[in-house]
Design a protein around this ligand. Structure first.
Ligand code: GLU
Length: 569
């Protein structure tokens, strides 16, 4: 097919990249892979809501996912220095704010051919008319008055603030969607919508149509929430003599509880948790959260479901209230320790399936980006709403980690630490971290697990005097038996600490030699040692566990345990 397919992802940089946007990007990437080009365009014509920070965040998240754009803003990957993007065909710039002259040219063309016209009503007047229509239960549509005087309006346009509106055709707009089939938009969609705002910037509708045409976009895959915009775009294309690209509107994404997934879900969960905490202990809760969000702002947020807090405020609130807020943004999943390849795999299944069976006749669900790129077609995108199954995502991640070798796991975990737990890199040298990661890898479900407070690696990161003892484990392994576990700990201590070197094999040899000489089974000594070293009865193999801690820390922990856990006399 050569370069015949050109797709694009066109985010508005008003916030983080969320899973819906990431899926759109991934599908557009997959369709263009090996068949053409995938471009990235930043739709920043809403000057009040767009920011450079948000743009940077989106590029970084896409780069992390491995959804690399062939054309678009340049981005140098921090890890391998690879440069993504650029403008080989000369269709940029890729920020809409830098393309105003192009939009104006096309707006002029539309005005000249009387497909667009200036309008002077104030925003208040339009709003009043909208409300009046609502009160009468009819949809509001702006239409050019029949007695409109073109010459006077064009004259007035030079002197007065105005918007430019597009003259929507009187007849229904029809087009074929690659997912939804033949569609027809009648009457209620035929509004003379604004194409240039008072501030001189084009609206999204105009900019998207001009850019898709000038950038040679052949396929537009985007979320179904844009479906109602499409008749406007098609009508504009026809008036500008642009070819209509093929559209494919992707199914909406729903939460497991049947609600539509929304960027406000995190706020909703945090609000619920805060209300519950306030009902329980108002004063203590206030003290905990007032430091995070000032009382006034908090009050406004609590009473208005539409308001959103900053991501870092939400993260802090979640932590203070001890609740896990549902991840929505790509960054949430990165922070939570998901592998980018797994996130892509999971996103791909939100509305698409490869339609192939494995050897046992089950649908193939686990695949990498290359597989996706090879098989992806719009024909296999479903119409039904997609369900965001967090358990499934976690189980994918767990299997992927289990399949990683120690070296890859270490590399990915190190990247994760550099971003989210830099203190771990400072506290422990690389050799130690490598051993630590290898010892706990198979018990990790995410890259965040090694450093999680009650995760499989917590025993090695916590201070020697700071971990609690599990009461059941103490009763069972330290108090019971004759001699008791505690007594055996006291006896094994000297020969264990004398193991030379203090490495897994020699540690285990020392314990085995003691057990043989004492005439007790290995478990009678190994379990008490585990409890003493970690506070509980589950840990990596004993030799690894103790070697990771090192001789001195093991000595301190044994002493502490003997002092704190001795059976009552
Ligand atoms: N800028 C739009 C958005 O972020 C993209 C619309 C489109 O893909 O046409 O939702």
């Amino acid at each position: 097919m050569g370069d015949s397919v050109v797709t694009r992802f066109a985010p508005s940089p008003t916030g983080h990249l969320h899973v819906g946007g990431a899926r759109t990007a991934l599908f557009n990437w997959a369709l263009a892979r090996g068949r053409g080009r995938f471009l990235l365009r930043i739709e920043d014509t809403d000057r009040a809501r767009s920011s450079e920070d948000a743009t940077r965040g989106i590029l970084e998240d896409l780069a992390w996912l491995g959804v690399h754009w062939d054309e678009g803003p340049e981005w140098r990957d921090a890890r391998d220095g690879v440069v993504i993007g650029g403008d080989p065909r000369g269709v940029g710039p890729f920020h809409q704010a830098e393309r105003r002259a192009l939009y104006d040219r096309h707006i002029e063309r539309l005005i000249e051919s009387d497909r667009a016209y200036p309008a002077f009503e104030s925003a208040d007047r339009i709003e009043a008319a909208r409300r009046a229509a609502q009160a009468e239960k009819r949809g509001y549509r702006y239409r050019r008055p029949a007695d409109w005087d073109r010459a006077a309006a064009l004259e007035r346009m030079r002197r007065e603030d105005h918007v430019v509106r597009f003259r929507m055709p009187e007849t229904p707009v029809e087009f074929v969607d690659d997912v939804l089939g033949a569609l027809r938009f009648g009457e209620e969609h035929l509004d003379d919508f604004v194409i240039r705002k008072r501030d001189g910037f084009p609206t999204y509708h105009l900019a998207v149509v001009v850019d898709d045409a000038l950038m040679g976009v052949t396929h537009v895959l985007r979320g179904q929430e844009h479906l109602n915009n499409t008749p406007r775009h098609v009508a504009l294309q026809r008036s500008l003599d642009f070819r209509t690209p093929r559209y494919a509107h992707l199914p909406l994404i729903f939460n497991a509880d049947g609600s539509k997934m929304s960027k406000r879900d995190k706020d909703k969960a945090a609000r619920g948790a805060l209300r519950a905490a306030l009902a329980g202990d108002p004063q203590a809760t206030r003290e905990r959260v007032d430091r995070i969000v000032g009382p006034d702002r908090l009050e406004r947020w609590l009473s208005d479901a539409k308001r959103q807090l900053e991501p870092r405020e939400l993260a802090a609130l979640g932590e203070a209230l001890g609740v896990d807020l549902p991840g929505i943004d790509v960054e949430d999943f990165r922070r939570a320790g998901y592998l980018p390849e797994v996130v892509c795999n999971f996103l791909a299944l939100l509305g698409w399936s490869p339609g192939q069976k494995d050897d046992e006749g089950r649908d193939i669900e686990r695949f990498d980006r290359a597989f996706l790129a090879e098989r992806f077609t719009t024909q296999r995108i479903g119409r039904a709403n997609a369900r965001f199954d967090r358990e499934k995502l976690l189980s994918f991640n767990q299997s992927a980690i289990a399949e990683l070798g120690d070296a890859d796991f270490f590399a990915q975990w190190s990247d994760w630490c550099a971003r989210y737990a830099p203190d771990v890199l400072e506290r422990f040298d690389e050799a130690w971290r490598r051993r630590f990661a290898a010892a706990i890898r198979t018990r990790c479900r995410t890259l965040a697990d090694p450093t999680a407070r009650s995760g499989p690696g917590a025993f090695a990161l916590v201070a020697d005097d700071a971990f609690p003892y599990d009461a059941q484990a103490v009763a069972k392994f330290l108090h019971k038996g004759e001699p008791s576990g505690c007594a055996l700990l006291g006896e094994v201590r000297a020969s264990l600490l004398a193991a030379q070197p203090f490495e897994p094999a020699s540690i285990e040899a020392a314990v085995r030699a003691f057990c043989e000489q004492r005439g007790v089974g290995m478990g009678r000594v190994a379990q008490p040692l585990r409890v003493a070293a970690t506070g509980g009865a589950a840990s990596p193999p004993l030799g690894d566990t103790l070697a990771l801690l090192g001789r001195e820390r093991v000595a301190r922990r044994l002493e502490r345990c003997l002092a704190e856990c001795a059976p009552a006399a």
